[in-house]
Write a protein that binds this ligand. Structure first.
Ligand code: ADP
Ligand code: MG
Length: 199
């Protein structure tokens, strides 16, 4: 069973990975964006960890709802509302249970990813975070490790794609040949599940 501590660890491990990889995320956002993805998420997840320490929410759903709200209010870029929606909707789907199963997390995360697709209008293959998140959720039924691999493969697989959503889509064919920054940060988020579980 996964309790609030596990979800807090998921968020803090993500914050540490985002800090470590911020420069790389911003570099990926240079040729096909505006070079702010790393700093956007750094600001967002710093606010998430601070809020979690201050408010100490005691259910999985409340942890993710608080994290999502922080991302929406602190990240200026497109990714803030999208990641914020992902975490808020996933948290809402988990309800107020003190502990949830892996299966419940998988179902909730699918609801969250669907909400991101509804908000941003992106489908798989559009060269966005969705290209890492959808395969991750599909693999989550197997294990956290399988989801991590699927997300990382999904992120790498965005390289030959032409962007059809977000800032990168303004470049048309010139977006081809670059890995999507948001798919790369989504792979960090999913990889953090493995570490949070102590696997
Ligand atoms: P901005 O594009 O506003 O500068 P960021 O640089 O923080 O925001 O985030 C860019 C990332 O957001 C992209 O790499 C992409 O993965 C994701 N993204 C942008 N628009 C969408 C969308 N409509 N749907 C899903 N993901 C999107
Ligand atoms: Mg950007």
């Amino acid at each position: 069973m996964l309790n609030a501590d596990f979800f807090r660890r998921w968020m803090t491990v993500t914050a540490v990975s985002v800090d470590r990889e911020a420069e790389r995320l911003t570099e990926l956002d240079s040729p096909i964006g505006d070079a702010d993805h790393g700093s956007n998420l750094q600001r967002g997840f710093t606010a998430v960890t601070a809020a979690l320490e201050k408010e100490a929410p005691d259910t999985p759903g409340a942890v993710l709802a608080l994290a999502g709200r922080q991302l929406i209010s602190t990240v200026g870029g497109a990714s803030g509302p999208l990641y914020g929606t992902l975490l808020r909707r996933t948290g809402k789907a988990l309800g107020d249970a003190p502990e949830v199963t892996g299966e419940q997390l998988t179902d909730a995360l699918r609801t969250g990813v669907d909400a991101v697709m509804a908000l941003g209008g992106a489908a798989p293959g559009d060269k966005t975070m969705i290209d890492a998140l959808v395969p991750a959720v599909d693999a989550l039924a197997e294990s956290f490790a399988a989801a991590k691999s699927a997300a990382e493969e999904g992120a790498v697989a965005t390289t030959p794609l032409q962007a059809r959503k977000g800032r990168a889509s303004y470049l048309g064919e010139r977006s081809i040949g670059h890995q999507d920054p948001g798919a790369t940060s989504s792979a960090l988020l999913i990889a953090a599940l493995v570490e949070a579980a102590g696997e």
